[in-house]
Design a protein around this ligand. Sequence first.
Ligand SMILES: *[C@@H]1O[C@H](CO)[C@@H](O)[C@H](O)[C@H]1NC(C)=O
Length: 397
Amino acid sequence: MAKRVILFSLNLILLVIIFPLSTNAVTYNVVRYGAKPNGRTDSTKSLLRAWSLACNSKKPATMWIPRGAYLVKTIVFIGPCRSTRVTVQIDGTIQAPPRNYWVIGNSRNWILFHGINGLTINGGKGGGILNARGSHFWDCRRSGGSCPEGATSLSLDNVKNGIVSGIVSVDSQWSHMSVNGSNNMRVRRVVLIAPAQSPNTDGIDIQSSTGVAIVDSSIGTGDDCIAIGPGTKKLLIQGVKCGPGHGISIGSLARSPNEAGVEGITVKDVTFTGSDNGLRIKTWPKPSNGFVKNVLYQNIHMNYVRNPIIIDQIYCPGTKGCSNQNSGIKISGVTYLNVYGTSATPIAVNLHCSATNPCNGIKLYNVDLTYSKKPASTFCFSAAGTSKGQVLPGSCF
Ligand SMILES: *[C@@H]1O[C@H](CO)[C@@H](O)[C@H](O)[C@H]1NC(C)=O
């Protein structure tokens, strides 16, 4: 009996020793492939070398960027990879060239991951920082000179089954992050920062993607906190703080006449602070076969937001090529449940739908927003639905 017990524990010990060895990820430290943590030496090629080894590894593999600052120019991490467990561990800072914004601004993406199944991008404590150093590029745009188109800092194109965790993106030229053609992705604990006055610095742009979750994150930028584009399905946004910026926007839609719809969007436990908009749906007044359906906004806290709830189907900045037209986008099944706090303008709920495609199934349940310590009001055009509980005074339903 005693022998058996000893044998059994021996086996257990062997298992414990052998099992981790056989499954442990192989790690490729970018410094071993020439990257310099001094913030000055171009480390682009070294990162690509480490990536190609990690991506070609049969075993789960990690590309490791240790502490320190690494200068990196436009870079594309291409799949497919051999294993479905590839990790990019960023304990340091990746930064763009300090002054010459053309270097990354000449292509649409600064750091692009393309065509990968099973990708984890992880920022270590005090690290995981992507600094695009966008300020000179914004200056160029403000001065109206000739500028490059500007790069998104972190782009995920055609990525499946992925996690982005603990990343801090600072001063992107254009958007901080883009998720395009990607499925089953989880973005968590990211911090995205740019000044309120920086032009077009969206937090996260999503399109043509199914099953994306953005959770426990903080986004303060010059443009949309999160922009939800055509072809976004089953999106969850939960535990996110937005502001400054332009809020969480579905749209703009109907940019083109043939457009995939947006459906199954849940925005929950979100706080907006000092933003231009809170929950916005915006569509151009142009023909389109697109739609927005099944949207749930729940437990939303507004702190001094200019347009807390807004559907704008006459979105036409510059009024070019869209006057006297109606939006073809059909909006249905949008629920606002427990939306409370303060509005910075008298009209806190503004539902301006398409004259030819009225919004239907709009639900306002417990919408309690104040302006100057009094209940704010509502404006509606071409919108149908129901309201329950405490709802603002106004012209709806
Ligand atoms: C999204 O991906 C498609 C297909 O790869 C590409 O044509 C398009 O330019 C991408 N859009 C953005 C905004 O990245």
